[in-house]
Write a protein that binds this ligand. Structure first.
Ligand code: MG
Length: 295
């Protein structure tokens, strides 16, 4: 199932995307007992999903996709987005070759590197990335698979980890490369307003039983820049969940962006940073394509 948050006539609602028919099932109409925001919906777990499934078959509340406006599936996460740095080998190599001072200690990490992005950086599909907010003019894209946590928990083991995965979405971990390097900690350079495009949907975990087979494809103005299988992550999803939950309690709706593969703008010489008029499209099937123009 593909869960979306959308607006229609200025009102924000939850829906199920029917990609085959190009429609959104408005859950406020088709399942009026359901929660009206994604965090509450996720927290309700399997019972909400079952009700949404029933709503899909009822025929009620169907709207043409063209008539609604998709926003980020979780427009304002409950807390910062957890992110992983340097989690694909070929990306570590390109950082090493670049002139940037982001990560002078360039070895393949021995443990996952975590940082976060501010909740206020989230924007939806098709919204412009405000690259002009970066005073250093070094905004860069990072296509990433993001894990959405379902049942929360602490001290989750690798063996149990996938039972805590609710589904997957796409995140563009937009980064000011100069701010990232200048301030030591990556938070500032990763948290500018609008620097976290998310969407277009949350594909529930059953849509991707073999997550390693998912492929992250990023195009800028139609030119392919990133292409990698999730199976090439240095630290896989169970390891990330185990590591995070060893220190903090994961909560329903938490988001973990798993890292970006090679092919970011910084990896080119000279770097290909984002500029107004660019169009960034990140495709990870079966989630869909997250597309954003650059302002
Ligand atoms: Mg990243």
């Amino acid at each position: 199932m593909h869960l979306v948050t959308f607006t229609e006539d200025g009102k924000t609602r939850l829906g199920v995307l029917d990609r085959a028919r190009g429609e959104v099932i408005d859950l406020a109409r088709a399942g009026p007992g359901l929660p009206t925001d994604m965090l509450a919906f996720i927290a309700r777990g399997e019972s909400a999903l079952a009700e949404a499934r029933a709503a899909m078959t009822s025929g009620a509340g169907r709207l043409p996709l063209a008539k609604v406006h998709l926003v980020a599936p979780i427009p304002r996460p409950g807390r910062n987005i957890f992110c992983v740095g340097k989690n694909y080998r070929d990306h570590v190599q390109e950082l090493r070759k670049s002139a940037a001072t982001i990560a002078a200690r360039d070895a393949i990490p021995e443990v996952p590197i975590f940082f976060t992005k501010a909740t206020s950086s989230v924007i939806g599909p098709n919204r412009p990335i405000p690259a002009g907010l970066d005073p250093t003019h070094s905004a860069d894209y990072e296509g990433e698979l993001a894990v959405v946590i379902g049942p929360g928990g602490r001290a989750i083991t690798r063996q149990d980890a996938m039972r805590h995965v609710y589904g997957y979405t796409i995140i563009n971990d937009v980064t000011s490369r100069v701010l990232q390097g200048r301030h030591q900690q990556w938070f500032l350079g990763k948290s500018l307003d609008g620097f976290c495009p998310m969407g277009p949907a949350i594909a529930t975990a059953d849509e991707a039983p073999n997550v390693g087979a998912l492929r992250v494809l990023t195009r800028v103005n139609g030119e392919q820049r990133q292409d990698a299988l999730v199976s090439s992550l240095i630290f896989d999803i169970p390891t990330l969940i185990e590591t995070l939950s060893r220190t903090l309690t994961l909560e329903p709706g938490d988001i973990i962006a798993t890292g970006t593969p090679a092919g970011v703008g910084l990896g080119f010489q000279p770097p290909k940073y984002l500029k107004p008029g660019d169009l960034v499209a990140i495709t990870i099937e079966p989630i869909g394509t997250l597309e954003n123009p650059v302002d």
